[in-house]
Ligand binder design. Structure first.
Ligand SMILES: [Zn+2]
Ligand SMILES: [Zn+2]
Length: 373
């Protein structure tokens, strides 16, 4: 498997570990306020200022990267736990990941702006992951949408939806593009806004894609004091940002690394539903900030889970630990469990930064940058 270039290297891993520490601190604080927030249906996770290379990092409001859980049940929806759906918020666009029955109602309940959605990712063609599409697409058409929309899924989705929506007879009032892809390795499948979208294979009863969404790398930040110290003209800054050094009027070469601070690490989120446990999955999701991994069952049902192509909370936590992720989010719970606290306890015994998703929970990954002071 070829990893994305920005996943490689010791420097990245060192920064990831710092980020993980931040998120875990954030988790503990979030725990104290969780009960209050549960009553409002919202649950926020976040980090705090941390130190990087001796310089202060700070949280910048507005550059958002967050996730809203739209549904956390597997197979059949219930009044309190809808079928699968996540909404990833980024600065310039939102991405909907799976669209189980009732997802558009959950989008309304979350206060989401459906017009911001430019890409829909469907993991596989079991109904609990895409039966919400006909209703959502119809509502988008009725709302007067004109912006293009892409839907990425394993093969076969368009053939199923076309008769229902009469796509070949009437089409939609906005450009609708189906991209059908069965991932057999980590593959870049789309770019949308500031995000790169990768697909990778899961192991389920039918062809199933996992997805990884990662911010595109940002350019390095030029250090103001270096601009002044070397009288660097404005025109030279773009090439320095792209990786060049600078030669002063006296002919002295200043390397790129001395002129700049490294860019903040790209934030990332991976979606793994539905799948049985397989240790190699950790390689695909190595170091992500938010990992969603299905936990249909508790571990006392590990045999049944594997037979059905599903995983347990314990197994999800093993993947999270081996992949050194920031936070683990569990979901796709079997309807046999009225309460999912035990899923959370089981996962935390292996990986402390684990949360059992509840519908309308929100998770955030703060943006940090080097302070110029
Ligand atoms: Zn499912
Ligand atoms: Zn399934």
């Amino acid at each position: 498997m070829e990893q994305p270039r920005h996943l490689r290297g010791d420097r990245y891993r060192a920064r990831r570990r710092q980020a993980v520490g931040r998120n875990q601190q954030g988790r503990h604080r979030a725990d104290h306020s969780a009960d209050k927030e549960r009553s409002s249906g919202l649950h926020f996770h976040g980090g705090t200022a941390a130190r990087y290379a001796g310089r202060t990092r700070r949280r910048i409001a507005g550059l958002r990267f967050g996730l809203t859980i739209l549904g956390s049940n597997g197979a059949v929806p219930s009044a309190s736990r809808y079928a699968s759906g996540h909404l990833l918020h980024s600065e310039s666009t939102d991405v909907l990941v799976d669209c189980g029955e009732g997802t558009q109602l959950r989008l309304q309940a979350a206060g989401a702006s459906v017009g911001r959605i430019s890409l829909i990712l469907i993991s596989h063609l079991h109904g609990d992951h895409y039966f919400g599409l006909p209703g959502l697409l119809t509502s988008l058409a009725l709302s007067g949408r004109t912006a293009p929309l892409r839907i990425l899924s394993p093969p076969g989705l368009r053939d199923r939806l076309a008769p229902l929506l009469e796509l070949d007879r009437y089409g939609m009032p906005f450009p609708l593009e189906f991209i059908e892809h069965a991932a057999d390795d980590m593959t870049l499948v789309a770019e949308v806004g500031e995000l790169e979208v990768y697909a990778f294979p899961l192991r389920h009863r039918i062809v199933t894609n996992g997805y990884l969404l990662r911010e595109k790398p940002r350019p390095a930040t030029i250090l103001k004091d270096m601009i002044e110290a070397h009288s660097i003209p404005y025109a030279a800054i773009p090439t320095i940002k792209q990786g060049s050094g600078y030669t002063t009027a006296e002919g002295r070469f200043i390397p790129h690394g001395e002129l700049t601070a490294p860019a903040p690490p790209p934030r990332s989120y991976a979606y793994c539903s539905d799948t049985l446990y397989f240790p190699e999955l950790s390689n695909y999701v190595q170091g992500v900030d938010l990992l969603y991994h299905e936990a249909t069952f508790l571990h006392d049902m590990a045999v049944e889970a594997a037979e059905k192509g599903h995983a347990t909370a314990h197994q999800a936590a093993l993947v999270a630990r081996n992949a050194d992720v920031g936070q683990l989010i569990l979901g796709h719970f079997s309807a046999r469990y009225r309460n999912v606290d035990e899923h959370e306890r089981e996962a935390r015994a292996v990986f402390p930064a684990s949360t059992a998703a509840r519908d309308l929970y929100r998770f955030t990954v703060p943006f940090t940058e080097r302070n110029s002071e």
